[in-house]
Design a protein around this ligand. Structure first.
Ligand code: GLA
Length: 726
């Protein structure tokens, strides 16, 4: 009777999936199977060797290799490329050993000639249907080797079908655009060369043939890395589709000195038979359980409602003006008051100050404490914006350490937003930042940090680098992680937000250190709505800061703006000193309602709902101690549709079919919910919202809503039995 693990083949199971690899007759590590769970070992296909195709394609190209090195007649994208001290650039790996227990698999290879060890690692995250992969490359010889590419993984999906690739692209003010395209033979490259994750592409991807939100096979993945990365989705001439992903090899080299190891970024890959929603749930559930630095706190302490000063004050901040906002914010129910840019020495415009992280003596003659204490007295916590990786030429830090920036000595460094990037690959720069920021964080009762990065790299030189200067792409990111980790340890009560001019650094690497993301500087609610929904494919709502601001068309009512912000981490960035009683009343009510439902949004699961064009709807479901769906909240929006419009019927998902639920509309005072354009008789005829229905009743019968242009609704469902808690 075969067991799961043989000397040359290994099987990882998660709750609903199986991932199997093995050595084929040629000794190559190949993908045997990745998909729906197969419990019977005999059912898993063997490790294939397709041999050779004429004199043009060999087994390196034909077989579905798990981690191909650049060697021999192999013309698919390699995962590993190394140059040996004698100039040989061919890496021939031979299996040495494997260790597989408790969901962890390590398969070790060695080069047949050179003292090079390559460990390929897998970790099955059982309850989340995810496989985590990474590789360690070690030089066991005396002379340096040079790594030119070391990806995290190659994900092979079943051979044959023509897959659809979905991925997220954008630019500043325009992140989180969902792209969907059929792959054809060739390589589709998604990447960042910007030193950080980038607004332009995000490392999240998915492949499917004919899935939709609810149904179908989806393979998906992402990288846990906040620097340059590359994902190459390749269709070979032999109908094989593969996704090779890892730290970008563009302009990259890593000198592996004697005894030195290189660990790649970690990658996650998953399979679900439950459509795009199933894929999101695997990632979100896993993130919620394992990744958030506040994972112990989050259940007891919900993410606070925040106010942020940027869009109303820009650089014009001081204790008095900020106190005026703080007083109103506290009255509205805000729990965290965040002072954004402009508070530090010399910072009156964006040309000066970055690097000198002490309060401006004119704006804050007694430091930050008076404001922080004022905010505290109002019942809120106090937070602050910083951009520590940057320096303005007009700063004491730059005057004292011009050599600390990323630059080539013979080139004029480009200024973008009048700033340079400190070289966080340098240990002295890291240590300086840790000490400076530690002092700052001790100087007042600070509970939240918005960590920004407002430009991308140029002239990526590292003079006097101890290794190859191109290691900057890796060492910078590791340096950043070290600074964040040290500060996190020293200040465990601080909540961190990752921002890079909006969504330029959103990835599961940074989420280990920062639990919230500022997903875009674009806060126009109608533009933000699809961005937020798309963001939720890759990341959970508990990480997504969403502010109500004054940006965008004034025709969009405050009720709509409030509702868009309610399905993330709620914030206000609007000029609340200009709000009249009606606006304040509406916002106060929305914040109170949000506090009643935020546990569903943050701890529950998201379902993106099918709607006619012009409408957007989604619902979140939370569970009781028996893991049964006990509560849900539905968000529905109509942007602009010329009349006559089709009335919207919302079909929520994720409820327990036999369980009884009540429905309640969370009304906002002064909101115009007249459903203009619809006949009032129609309203009466369609108003089926009253009463108690089973989950099946609500999910399949649907909930009709008459929404006018820029109208929105939030509805709450609660199980009738015990187990409802708020
Ligand atoms: C970036 C951020 C904004 C704000 C400004 C301050 O653009 O994304 O939210 O903090 O910097 O300069």
């Amino acid at each position: 009777m075969p067991t799961d693990q043989q000397p040359d083949s290994w099987v990882l199971h998660t709750e609903n999936t199986t991932y199997a690899v093995g050595l084929n007759a040629a000794g190559q590590l190949v993908t045997r199977y990745w998909g729906r769970r197969l419990d019977r070992v005999e059912d898993i296909p063997p490790a294939q060797d397709l041999g050779r195709w004429a004199s043009f394609s060999d087994r390196g190209t034909l077989n579905q290799l798990e981690y191909p090195a650049y060697a021999g007649p192999n013309y698919v994208e390699p995962a590993l490329k190394i140059t040996q001290p004698d100039g040989v650039r061919d890496t021939v790996l031979k299996f040495e050993s494997a260790d597989c227990e408790e969901g962890l698999l390590e398969v070790v290879f060695r080069d047949v000639h050179y003292p090079l060890k390559v460990s390929i690692n897998y970790w099955a995250h059982f309850g989340f249907d995810l496989i985590e992969r990474w590789v360690e490359v070690r030089n066991e010889g005396d002379e340096p080797m040079v790594i030119e590419r070391a990806y995290s993984a190659v994900w092979n999906v079943p051979r044959g079908p023509q897959y659809r690739l979905r991925h997220l692209t954008g630019k500043w003010l325009d992140e989180w655009q969902m792209q969907s395209e059929r792959l054809t033979p060739g390589v589709k490259l998604l990447e960042s060369r910007r030193l950080t994750t980038s607004h332009h592409h995000n490392p999240w991807w998915s492949l499917d043939v004919d899935a939709d939100e609810e149904h179908g096979d989806v393979w998906f993945g992402t990288l846990l890395w906040s620097g340059n990365w590359a994902t190459r989705a390749e269709v070979t001439g032999f109908y094989a589709t593969r996704v090779a992903t890892g730290i970008n090899d563009w302009d990259f080299a890593y000198r592996l000195d004697s005894g030195r190891s290189f660990e790649t970024a970690h990658a996650w890959g998953g399979y679900t038979s439950k459509g795009y929603t199933g894929a999101s749930h695997c990632l979100h559930d896993h993130a919620g359980e394992y990744l958030m630095p506040d994972r112990d706190r989050r259940w007891d302490h919900p993410k606070p409602v925040l106010f942020n000063s940027w869009e109303v004050s820009t650089f014009d901040v001081d204790t008095e003006s900020q106190t005026r906002y703080a007083e109103i914010a506290a009255d509205l129910g805000v729990e965290l008051f965040v002072m954004d840019d402009g508070w530090f020495k010399g910072r009156t415009i964006d040309k000066a100050g970055l690097g000198d992280w002490t309060p401006d003596p004119v704006k804050f003659p007694d430091g930050l404490s008076p404001l922080a204490e004022r905010v505290k007295a109002l019942g809120m916590t106090f937070g602050l914006w910083i951009e520590p990786e940057m320096v303005n030429p007009d700063s004491d830090l730059y005057r004292n350490h011009p050599d600390w920036i990323i630059h080539f000595p013979t080139r004029t460094p480009s200024e973008m937003r009048d700033q340079y990037i400190l070289n966080l690959a340098r240990l002295d720069v890291q240590d300086y930042l840790i000490a400076e920021l530690d002092t700052l964080l001790k100087s007042a009762d600070i509970r939240f940090i918005k960590w920004d990065m407002n430009r991308n790299v140029s002239e990526p030189g590292w003079p006097d680098a101890p290794g190859d200067p191109r290691e900057i792409w890796v060492e910078y990111v590791k340096g950043l992680y070290r600074v964040l980790e040290q500060l996190g340890w020293r200040h465990p009560n601080i909540v961190w937000q990752s921002c890079s001019g909006g969504g330029g650094r959103a990835d599961y690497g940074i989420l280990k250190y920062a639990e919230q993301i500022w997903i875009s500087d674009n806060t126009m609610p109608t533009r933000r709505l699809p961005m937020q929904v798309n963001y939720l494919h890759a990341f959970p709502a508990s990480t997504m800061e969403a502010w109500v601001t004054d940006m965008g068309d004034p025709i969009v009512p405050l009720s709509f703006r409030l509702h868009v912000s309610m399905f993330g981490v709620f914030g206000i960035g609007a000029d609340i000193t200009k709000w009249g009683d009606a606006e304040k009343d509406m916002a106060r009510t929305a914040i109170a309602q949000y506090k009643q439902i935020r546990h569903i949004v943050h701890n529950g699961r998201v379902y993106r709902l099918q709607t006619p064009e012009g409408y957007t709807a989604l619902n979140f479901v939370d569970y009781d101690t028996q893991h049964l769906p006990s509560e849900a909240v539905i968000f529905a929006f109509r942007t602009h549709i010329p009349d006559p419009a089709v009335p919207l019927t919302v079909y929520p998902r994720g409820l327990e079919p036999d369980r009884l639920y009540t429905l309640e509309t969370l009304e906002l005072p002064h909101a115009d919910t007249g459903g203009h354009g619809f006949d009032s008789d129609l309203r009466a005829a369609l108003d089926l919202r009253e009463g108690v229905r089973t989950g099946a009743g609500w999910m399949y019968g649907g909930i009709p809503l008459l929404l006018g242009n820029f109208d929105s609704r939030v509805l709450r469902l609660k199980a009738v039995e015990e187990g409802n808690s708020e």
